[in-house]
Design a protein around this ligand. Structure first.
Ligand SMILES: CC(C)=CCC/C(C)=C/CC/C(C)=C/COP(=O)(O)OP(=O)(O)O
Ligand SMILES: [Zn+2]
Length: 444
């Protein structure tokens, strides 16, 4: 039998049997060769699927007309993770297309002439940084973009997604991420953002889209990353957040977005992406735990579970004020936060099962004709392709102490040729493209 036939037969057999025995246990019983063959990432096929999608993008993509900058980002970032770059003609036509999506008063819409929106602004900026050429980076009108973000700022501290649009944690993340990566984050944009995000951390420990809603992986990543970027992460109840996120990994190996829902490949990044952030915060987590311990000695220990984040954050805040820690937002160098964060050590082992997650992504989400999907039975799409690959990459690098050295083979499930590029854990652009952009925007 050819390797390809072995793969198909084993995959089908595995799909049935894994439902009976549990995926991880069953898979470990297979012969080594079968495991390796089944666990290969079909890199060339994925590149074909993605490149084809990109070529069909400009000038119109019909039903997804308001989503074209997102399609650019999902595809370009997926290609970058796979180590693929695109030719100059295609790069120039994408820069030209995104320039036409740029509003004369700042920000990017879903297509040329459309109202500027924070989500498509984030997608456009990350696309241009992923393209990385001078032409791409200099096409961003930073002054007008800053003015757009100021117009979207709401008194609650959060932002509106667009003029008269909704306010939520996603808006905080997209605005702050863009301002940070383009090096114009200031105190006016950051004002009360931390208060708003804090009000969205729920009794479960995760973060909801808005106050009073249910904790969800998408918003938890957005809220946590934003708090780091504005240097207020100490205000979150990190142990409660960790407690929530670790229980979102299912027996299938993948993550669910919220309690009692099904696992889905895209949460490999939204939930999985919380771990590289938490790992780098381990000292702060330990400090918070020590503080809670001493607090519990003074008070009835049942308060720990009854008092919601609002009260606990009072403890955290006064603690930090007392100690006068350097992390206070007024004295931190905001332009260096993204760079300093990747250089921080993460001196603890993974707090989730990184091999089981890779197994879910490769065996359940991977479509052998190219692309990735939510789960078996669903169709592939560029969104799931982007976030499955982003999740796969973070699993491979999760134990790494030093961003400049390659991961060990034990952390890369399947053949070592599965290794993807490393992504920046706060912005989700490939690290090496981030470095280039950081240099460019530090000088301009
Ligand atoms: C940067 C940016 C724009 C981030 C977006 C983050 C994100 C993925 C938010 C999730 C939104 C949400 C509540 C989905 C629930 O959908 P569902 O009910 O269909 O799925 P579920 O059953 O898995 O919860
Ligand atoms: Zn999904």
């Amino acid at each position: 039998m050819q390797d390809a036939d072995v793969t198909v037969t084993l995959r089908e057999q595995w799909m049935v049997e894994s439902q009976v025995f549990g995926i991880y246990g069953y898979f470990r019983e297979l012969p080594k060769r079968a495991q390796t063959v089944m666990l290969e990432i079909a890199t060339d096929t994925h590149i074909g699927y993605l490149t084809n999608g990109l070529q069909r993008l400009p000038p119109s993509f019909c039903v997804l007309d308001a989503n074209r900058p997102w399609l650019c980002y999902w595809i370009l970032h997926s290609l970058a993770l796979l180590g693929e770059s695109i030719d100059d003609n295609l790069e120039n036509s994408i820069v030209d297309f995104l320039t036409r999506c740029q509003d004369p008063l700042g920000g990017y819409g879903g297509g040329p002439g459309q109202m500027p929106h924070l989500a498509t602004t984030y997608a456009s900026v990350n696309s241009l940084i992923t393209l990385g050429g001078r032409n791409a980076l200099s096409s961003i009108n930073r002054d007008r973009l800053q003015a757009f973000l100021q117009r979207m700022k709401d008194p609650s501290g959060s932002f509106r997604m667009h003029e008269k649009g909704e306010i939520d944690v996603r808006a905080c993340y997209t605005a702050i991420s863009v301002a940070s990566i383009l090096n114009f984050l200031d105190h006016e944009l950051m004002e009360n953002v931390g208060d708003y995000i804090l009000s969205c951390q729920t009794y479960e420990g995760g973060i909801a889209g808005e106050p009073g809603s249910e904790a969800h992986g998408g918003y938890t990543f957005c809220g946590l990353a934003t708090m780091i970027l504005i240097n207020e992460v100490h205000r979150l109840d990190l142990s409660a957040l960790i407690n929530w996120v670790v229980f979102r990994q299912g027996v299938e190996g993948g993550f669910q977005g919220r309690t009692n829902k099904l696992v889905d490949g895209c949460y490999s990044f939204w939930q999985g992406g919380v771990f590289p952030l938490i790992h780098k915060l381990h000292q702060l987590v330990e400090e918070q735990l020590r503080m809670l311990d001493s607090c519990e000695h003074e008070h009835d220990s049942s308060q720990r579970y009854l008092n919601l984040p609002e009260e606990r954050c009072q403890i955290d805040r006064s603690h930090f004020e007392q100690k006068g820690l350097q992390s206070h937002p007024n004295i931190v160098n905001l332009s260096g936060v993204g760079l300093d964060f990747v250089k921080r050590s993460a001196n603890i082992g993974p707090l989730f099962h990184n091999l089981a997650l890779q197994q879910y992504i490769i065996l359940c989400s991977q479509v052998m004709d190219g692309g990735f999907r939510d789960k078996p039975g669903k169709s592939r799409d560029f969104y799931h392709t982007c976030y499955c690959l982003s999740g796969l990459s973070l699993c491979q690098y999760i134990s790494l102490q030093d961003a400049d050295s390659p991961p060990v083979a034990q952390d890369v499930l399947g053949p070592y040729s599965n290794l993807l590029e490393l992504t920046h854990p706060l912005y989700n652009v490939v690290l090496e493209r981030y470095y280039k952009a950081h240099e460019f925007f530090s000088l301009s």
